[in-house]
Design a binder for this molecule. Structure first.
Ligand SMILES: Nc1nc2c(c(=O)[nH]1)N[C@H]1C(S)=C(S)[C@@H](COP(=O)(O)O)O[C@H]1N2
Ligand SMILES: [Mo]
Length: 196
């Protein structure tokens, strides 16, 4: 958290909702989270597996490419590194693609990111947040319940896949949903990397 407004952004107090397609309908019994790609052994976690992992609380700034920024939202979630720790990576893994739901397809949305900057306390798969009254609330289905990535503030928020379904580990960078449509591979708001 740095409460710093990147170029071309304005501050909002509310947490806007933005996504393509319909809203994922969560079912605890069928939900799963896949760790796959360049790993020694692929694995799949149930919702209770994920919820048994260590929790992290972080306060993170969000910057959406449509020009709104929301400072200092406090989230609770599972740090990306806790999930990375569950698999043995192949030599040379440098990127990940984080998948999410899109129109009936659990893997229809995705965003590519470099792995290394996601290993700190500011890259969380979140399930709850502190609202305007400083009360803990589950994130709403529209914000990605039961689990969505909030990326570090050095990435635009489209990198934060809602209704997250898995992480694919990669040696080479590969465009995701918005990146294929012309958005930036690196997406640093402070360098105003909106398009490729
Ligand atoms: N599955 C999925 N995740 C998504 C999107 C989407 O369309 N589908 N939109 C992205 C975009 S462009 C933004 S700005 C953020 C918005 O998150 P919010 O609605 O919780 O503010 O979600 C990102 N994650
Ligand atoms: Mo966005």
């Amino acid at each position: 958290m740095q409460n710093q407004l990147p170029p071309g952004q304005f501050e909002t107090e509310t947490w806007p909702i933005l996504h393509q397609g319909d809203v994922y309908n969560f079912n605890k019994d069928t939900w799963s989270f896949r760790l796959f790609g360049e790993v020694k052994e692929e694995t799949s976690l149930s919702f209770s597996d994920v919820m048994k992992l260590p929790k992290t609380i972080s306060t993170i700034d969000m910057h959406c490419v449509t020009t709104w920024s929301k400072f200092a939202t406090t989230f609770e979630g599972i740090a990306m590194r806790e999930l990375v720790n569950l698999v043995e990576l192949n030599e040379g893994v440098k990127y990940v693609k984080i998948y999410g739901y899109y129109n009936g397809d659990r893997f229809g949305y995705s965003a590519n990111l470099p792995l290394e900057p996601l290993l700190g306390d500011d890259a969380l798969f979140v399930y709850r947040w502190k609202d305007q009254n400083h009360e803990w609330q589950d994130i709403t289905p529209k914000h990605g319940y039961p689990l969505r990535l909030i990326p570090p503030d050095s990435f635009y928020l489209w990198k934060g896949s809602k209704w997250a379904s898995g992480i694919r580990f990669m040696k080479e960078d590969e465009a995701g949903f918005w990146e294929e449509l012309g958005y930036s591979m690196t997406a640093n708001p402070f360098k105003e990397e909106r398009y490729r």
